[in-house]
Design a protein around this ligand. Structure first.
Ligand code: 5RP
Length: 260
């Protein structure tokens, strides 16, 4: 299995679930190999970040790493860290974070990220932005030319402001939908007590109707991020899932024989 330190070509999106799991594990191992004793580590959320937490725990238990502490971006990562023997501390107890590891839903060739599949993007963005180095772990299925090609844009919203925010998202050309819990018996509520709105863009839907060859996605992620963050009730500018300019490097895992 090969690992690339930079994105250099087009994703083929051919990963099967089994090979995707293997790629995520390979990424996790590669990432924790960068950790040194005494470091403060930022822990992201999702299946890839969870594997990195597990691999980090293994190195600590084997005595290969000493005095490592971790800041978990949310409840899930903190619970997992404890389970795998990684000591956790509060973000407010550390002066800085040496390396943060995080997964991603989509990444483009400019290292713009679309995150939030697990509704944990707000604190992830804070932890990732505090870290001296933020390493994003992406299997080949995550690489896109334009963000928004596959996933909608997740926006974390104060529950009491949900209606005006939905209206403003529509005026920005979006098709917003409040994210529901799996059993559809209520909205998803984040660790911070807010709701999540997933937004697709009319341009994207129209492009499918008008021409299947027209590129889908968001041409200017940073501009859209700023516009969304200006809406009162959106939980400050760091809460939506387009995270521009935060990743310091992106590890992309590709299946042997495939081109990314
Ligand atoms: C959660 C996230 C995750 O990092 C993202 O959804 C990727 O998850 P996975 O590693 O399971 O594919 O942003 O809010």
């Amino acid at each position: 299995r090969s690992l690339s330190l930079s994105i250099s070509a087009v994703s083929q999106n051919v990963t099967t679930p089994e090979s995707q799991d293997a790629l995520k594990r390979a990424l996790a191992k590669q990432a924790v190999g960068l950790v040194k004793s005494g470091m403060v580590i930022g822990l992201g959320t999702g299946s890839t970040a969870s594997l990195a937490i597990e691999e980090l725990g293994k190195l600590i238990r084997q005595g290969k790493l000493k005095d490592v502490v971790a800041v978990g971006a949310n409840y899930q990562s903190r619970v997992l860290a404890r389970q795998f023997g990684v000591k956790t501390v509060d973000l407010n107890d550390v002066n800085n974070i040496d390396i943060a590891f995080d997964g991603v839903d989509e990444v483009d060739f400019n290292k713009n990220l679309l995150k939030g599949g697990g509704a944990a993007h707000t604190m992830q963005k804070v932890v990732d932005s505090v870290a001296k180095e933020c390493i994003i772990l992406a299997d080949q299925s995550k690489v896109v030319h334009l963000l928004g090609s596959i996933f909608p844009v997740p926006v974390e919203v104060l529950p009491l402001a949900i209606s005006p925010v939905l209206r403003r998202l529509v005026t920005l050309g979006g098709v917003p939908e409040i994210r529901s819990a799996l059993r559809k018996d209520g909205p998803v509520i984040t660790d911070l007590g807010n709701m999540v709105v997933d937004v697709r863009y009319v341009l994207i839907s129209l492009s499918i109707v008008l021409s299947p060859h027209f590129p889908n996605g968001i041409p200017n992620p940073a501009q859209l991020e700023n516009s969304i963050n200006m809406i009162p009730g959106v939980v400050e500018m760091r809460l939506n899932r387009i995270v521009s300019g935060i990743a310091t490097s992106v590890l992309v895992a590709i299946q042997d024989g495939d081109n990314v």
